[in-house]
Design a protein around this ligand. Structure first.
Ligand code: SF4
Length: 359
């Protein structure tokens, strides 16, 4: 595999991405960058990383922060369990970052890939990373059609990645193969014509580049129907924290009525859930503000409607909710969907039928 390593490292020398966390062997900074990049593109994660480490430059500052503040810095990145785990893990470390693979792997939110990345980048330990890029490069270059999402596939690719690893330069090798997968051997339209490995790539020789890596299971997407209520009580509005084991846990949102299917405006106005939130006989003005919003998450599509409900400032409606001043809204960590609503409608101009996409 010397040939593979040699060409890969030479390619990296010419093409490597200039990323701030690569300039450091500080395990804390590498950990933060790897958690951010777990389900986020480098382009999107870059700014978040810089803002995050500016506010939380070390383990101590992160462990002393409140979870709310950490979530606020994570807002918009999606997969919020990463932020909760990061915070919990920081607190569990008691100021000292672990130095063995087993201890790093035992941190909350750290899987095999992240542990290998931290240990190789920070400590030069010979652990091979296996992420989507590595699966793709190895499957194509070696011509492996075992599905990567099966137990047998995972075992096989872990063994192959370990075999291919340059044990003397694990950090350099890991960074090289990840960048190679991200920039050259990309999921669609890989640059085979300029690839330094093209003369020995099995997938290219067999014409299977776009079929590999093979996946057995396709993840099914679930539709959900959210009807949000933006309450205005004079200078106040209300929020609630999502606490259940579901998407956006620990983020705040407006009162929500989730329906099993699409709820029409009429259906919303007549719903028992809405009546339960209001005070019978009290004067109320209700209007639709943002309808038919399609918000795409990784395994779910949220179809959302937003309604504005105007009540008097001292109304007792929405009693179980957190009553805050409108101008305090920006202090609360919210999902990207709610954030977009606030940006567009709380002070802005209404637009209808927008389609937004994030994780
Ligand atoms: S030839 Fe194409 S498929 Fe093969 S490793 Fe290079 S970029 Fe990937």
């Amino acid at each position: 595999m010397d040939f593979f390593c040699k060409r890969l490292l030479a390619w990296y020398e010419e093409n490597k991405r200039d990323l701030p966390w690569r300039e450091s062997d500080n395990p804390y900074l590498i950990w933060i960058s790897e958690i951010i990049l777990q389900q986020t593109q480098v382009k999107q994660g870059y700014g978040y990383y810089l803002r995050f480490i500016e506010r939380f430059p070390d383990l101590l500052s992160l462990s002393e922060a409140t979870e709310e503040e950490v979530m606020k810095y994570w807002q918009g990145l999606g997969y919020y369990s990463r932020a909760r785990n990061l915070h919990a893990a920081a607190r569990s470390m008691q100021g000292v970052f672990p130095t063995t693979y087993q201890e790093v792997r035992a941190l909350k939110g750290v899987g095999e890939y992240t542990a290998a990345a931290i240990c190789s980048f920070a400590y030069g330990m010979p652990y091979a990373v296996v992420d989507g890029n590595v699966y793709r490069v190895l499957a194509r270059y070696l011509g492996i059609d075992t599905p990567i999402d099966t137990t047998a596939g995972k075992k096989l690719f872990a063994a192959l990645a370990d075999e291919m690893l340059d044990k003397k330069r694990p950090a350099l090798y890991n960074q090289s193969i990840m960048d190679f997968g991200a920039l050259q051997c990309t999921p669609s339209k890989p640059e085979c014509h300029t690839c330094p490995l093209s003369d020995s790539c099995v997938a290219l020789a067999k014409g299977c580049v776009d079929q590999w890596p093979v996946k057995q299971h396709k993840v099914k997407s679930v539709n959900r129907y959210f009807n949000y209520i933006y309450v205005r009580m004079g200078a106040y509005t209300v929020l609630k924290k999502r606490t259940e084991a579901d998407i956006w846990r620990n983020l705040f949102e407006f009162p929500l009525i989730e329906s099993p299917t699409h709820l029409s405006e009429e259906g919303f106005l007549r719903s028992g859930e809405l009546a339960d939130l209001l005070i019978p006989g009290e004067e109320v003005a209700i209007r639709p503000v943002w309808l038919n919003v399609k918000h795409v998450l990784s395994h779910r599509v949220i179809y959302a409607n937003f309604y504005e409900v105007v009540l008097s400032e001292n109304s007792a409606a929405f009693s179980g909710y957190l009553k805050i001043k409108q101008e305090e809204l920006e202090q609360y960590a919210v999902s990207r969907l709610v954030h977009l609503f606030i940006e567009k409608y709380v002070d802005g101009t209404p637009k209808k039928h927008l389609k937004i996409k994030d994780r």
